[in-house]
Design a protein around this ligand. Structure first.
Ligand SMILES: *Cc1c(COP(=O)(O)O)cnc(C)c1O
Ligand code: SF4
Length: 344
């Protein structure tokens, strides 16, 4: 089986009827499609009710762009001093060496920027991006994202990691990838070894949205990273109809912790074009997060965050457990919903 890159491929793989394929032709022209052979195999016989199917197979609902949606929902463009760098917070930058992914998630926040062939930085551009980091001593952490950096060859990835390790002010490199969940066989020993370099702490953030993504192959890929001494955190996008119920997130976060992945962020979906059918309201998201508090341990609790449209960074979006009582104290809610008074 080969990677599916088009509606024709999806019809051929039996994931949609020819009529359903026609209904999403325009959507697939606008937003890239890709499913890896691993996912095609996993999805054999599945339909839109499957939580993985809905994340990767285009739907006609994507044709609708809501008025509040934007091309660059989190304002990467306005914070980019040189190509491939986004510098929003003083101590950390994003480095985006390529804009291609192994799969194209239907709710992607960078969907207007990523795609096949998705402009990788040229050698010279990558050097200029690294130079920017080299000449900004306030940068302590470099977040390599994209696109999906695990698509790069181990040799190229190692070149970047090694260059960072030679910069005394850079202490941490964090790589964000969907590949452990979308193409776990790509996480080879060679790739894992390429992520490490002396005098640099390597962290990996894996993008996983549903417990059903944690198949035996995916768990084995995660174990290869952790066993090599690379701490793992996760990023999950809160998605309507896919994982926006407390019991679904509970199963996911328990599954991640069981596989030695610390749930890091639960993202409220960004205002990316054609994604309104995936977006719960903030109040709905907060209700789910509130319910989780009583169900799972602190290890299983990510921070619920909203990326402020326009490039202003992330804001914690969790419901307020502690509010001023109007006098000299506070009202504090416990996990069962009972209210207590706290002086001070
Ligand atoms: C999300 C983000 C980061 C990383 O932020 P953390 O809160 O440290 O995970 C860094 N730079 C930009 C531009 C970001 O959007
Ligand atoms: S892997 Fe990440 S960047 Fe690529 S399509 Fe999915 S969400 Fe977007």
């Amino acid at each position: 089986m080969k990677t599916a890159h088009s509606v024709t491929d999806l019809v051929r793989a039996g994931l949609m009827s020819p009529e359903a394929g026609e209904a999403v032709a325009a959507v697939a022209d606008r937003y890239a499609v890709a499913l890896t052979p691993y996912l095609l195999d996993r999805l054999a016989g599945a339909g839109p009710d499957d939580p993985l199917y809905a994340q990767y197979v285009p739907s006609p609902e994507e044709a609708y762009t809501a008025p509040e949606e934007r091309e660059d929902p989190i304002g990467d463009g306005v914070r980019s001093p040189v190509k491939g760098i986004v510098h929003r917070y003083p101590d950390r930058v994003l480095l985006k060496p390529l804009h291609a992914c192994a799969v194209y998630c239907r709710f992607c926040f960078r969907r207007e920027m990523v795609g096949p062939g998705g402009e990788a930085l040229t050698g010279g551009e990558l050097e200029a991006a690294l130079d920017y980091i080299r000449t900004h001593p306030e940068i302590w952490e470099v977040v390599i994202t994209g696109g999906d950096p695990f698509l790069l060859s181990p040799r190229r990835l190692h070149g970047i990691v090694e260059a960072l390790s030679e910069m005394p002010h850079v202490g941490v490199v964090r790589l964000h990838s969907r590949i452990p969940a979308a193409d776990p066989g790509r996480v080879t020993g060679e790739l894992v070894a390429a992520l490490k370099a002396p005098d640099l702490a390597t962290w990996v953030a894996v993008h996983i949205n549903h417990a059903e993504e944690l198949t035996a192959e995916v768990c084995a890929a995660l174990a290869r990273l952790v066993d090599a001494g690379i701490p793992l955190v996760s990023q999950t996008v809160l998605l309507k109809g896919i994982n926006d119920r407390a019991e679904v997130l509970e199963a996911l976060f328990r599954g991640l912790v069981r596989n030695r992945v610390k749930p890091y962020y639960l993202h409220h979906p960004d205002l990316a074009s054609g994604t309104s059918h995936f977006r719960p309201t903030l109040a709905e998201g907060q209700a789910v997060v509130r319910a989780l508090r009583g169900r799972v341990s602190g290890l299983c609790q990510p921070t619920y965050v909203l990326d402020i449209p326009g490039g202003h960074g992330k804001a914690p979006a969790a419901p307020a457990w502690i509010t001023p009582d109007g006098g000299d104290g506070h009202r504090v809610e416990d996990f069962t919903g009972r209210i207590h008074r706290y002086r001070g």
